[in-house]
Design a protein around this ligand. Structure first.
Ligand code: SF4
Ligand code: SF4
Length: 132
């Protein structure tokens, strides 16, 4: 199994530093890969990244919710969305995303479709080359 970063990720980057096998990689170019991604072949399912995420974006693969109920005010970031987000990451650096949607309280979102992106980033995307 692996852990999965979902579209609730806002590139905070806090998870990267705690991963003991350094398998969390920022999406790049950001316009095509808006989150951070976990290399499924390297992740050892230790779970250390989960409490580090201020947006609760990380789940064990078999627990990614198909019906995530929004608290209200959080963002999802997916290609094709057109909302604008500005914030700062774990290091105080600016984060700007233009493919977000702010969720309303009670809105239900299927996050399982985000699982494929984690695999694709390393199979077909830039994660493959960055891993050498
Ligand atoms: S800590 Fe959360 S928001 Fe930050 S990069 Fe990791 S998954 Fe994304
Ligand atoms: S579960 Fe552990 S090994 Fe997997 S990405 Fe998170 S911190 Fe890294």
């Amino acid at each position: 199994m692996t852990h999965i970063i979902t579209s609730l990720c806002l590139r905070d980057s806090g998870c990267v530093e705690v991963c003991p096998v350094e398998c969390i990689v920022p999406g790049n170019p950001q316009e095509e890969w808006p989150w951070y991604y976990i290399d499924p072949d390297t992740c050892i399912d230790c779970g250390a990244c989960i409490p580090e995420c201020p947006y609760d974006a990380i789940f064990p693969e078999d627990e990614v919710p198909s019906a995530y109920t929004a608290n209200g005010g959080e963002f999802i970031s997916r290609l094709g969305l057109t909302g604008h987000y500005e914030g700062t990451n774990h290091h105080g650096q600016a984060v700007v995303l233009d493919c977000v949607k702010k969720l309303q309280a009670g809105e239900v979102v299927d996050l399982t479709e985000d699982t494929k992106a984690n695999y694709d980033f390393f199979k077909n995307g830039p994660g493959y080359s960055s891993q050498g």
